[in-house]
Design a binder for this molecule. Structure first.
Ligand code: GDP
Ligand code: MG
Length: 221
């Protein structure tokens, strides 16, 4: 086997070991957790803040925020009442389980009801790294175009739910929703999908219902 393949296999198996530790920790605290992946600007932070708006007072949310640089997103989240920790990957195109493990040590896990990980904006690298969360969520957005499932099949194959954000822009942008959904169906048949707008609020209630049902299920209530 070529050396570079051996090295990447070792990296992935180390990652999977730490992901198991994260999963065990989150299970101990009965914290429902999601890993949100998307391109830069698809609306990851907006969707998380919008979700929190709907559940604030009922559930406490923790957030691990991955970006190449800055603490802009974690600052926004902390200001809104989410307990957020920023990770700067310094150029890295994805979060890995060890980074999330370090961040979990900084969060008041016992005081939280759910954990949201905002991955680095990228449609390729994050798909290869299990973080130990319960569900992987992909956000696609209308301005990115309807051909993305065909161009980035890997990430569409591996997710448990899909949010289609910015549906308020459908009247202004050429986006064939049927063509998009056909591509998704081939890769991930029956994938649960939530068309939403963080601007108009359309579809947010259905997504939040799914999210909160999973929080209750994990708590065993
Ligand atoms: N029109 C529209 N703009 C949105 C929507 N959601 C987010 N945006 C905008 O898209 C940009 C990127 O959003 P952000 O949440 O920072 O994306 P992230 O990089 O994936 O975290 C911001 O200017 C948001 O205001 C939406 O549903 N509709
Ligand atoms: Mg963001």
């Amino acid at each position: 086997m070529p050396d570079h393949i051996k090295v990447s296999e070792n990296i992935l198996s180390f990652n999977d070991e730490i992901a198991k530790i994260n999963r065990k920790l989150l299970d101990e605290y009965k914290l429902f957790s999601i890993n949100i992946m998307a391109s830069p600007g698809a609306g990851k932070t907006s969707a998380i803040l919008k979700t929190f708006e709907q559940i604030t007072g009922k559930f406490k949310l923790g957030m691990v925020d991955g970006d190449l640089a800055s603490s802009i997103d974690a600052d926004k989240a902390n200001q809104s009442g989410i307990s957020a920790v920023q990770i700067n990957t310094g150029g890295g195109c994805h979060l890995d389980a060890k980074m999330v493990n370090d961040a979990l040590k900084k969060l008041p896990l016992g005081a939280l009801d759910a954990l949201v990980v905002e991955n680095v904006g990228n449609l390729v690298c994050p798909a290869n790294f299990d973080l130990g969360t319960d569900k992987n969520i992909l956000i696609a957005s209308i301005p990115e175009g309807d051909d993305k499932p065909y161009k980035y099949p890997g990430i569409y194959r591996g997710v448990d739910a899909l949010i289609i954000n910015k549906v308020d822009l459908l009247p202004y942008i050429e986006f064939d929703l049927n063509y998009f959904k056909k591509g998704v169906e081939i890769l991930n048949p029956g994938l649960v999908t939530f068309p939403i707008s963080c601007v108009s609020g359309e579809g947010i209630a259905d997504w939040v219902k799914w999210f909160t049902e999973h929080i209750f299920a994990k708590k065993g209530t």
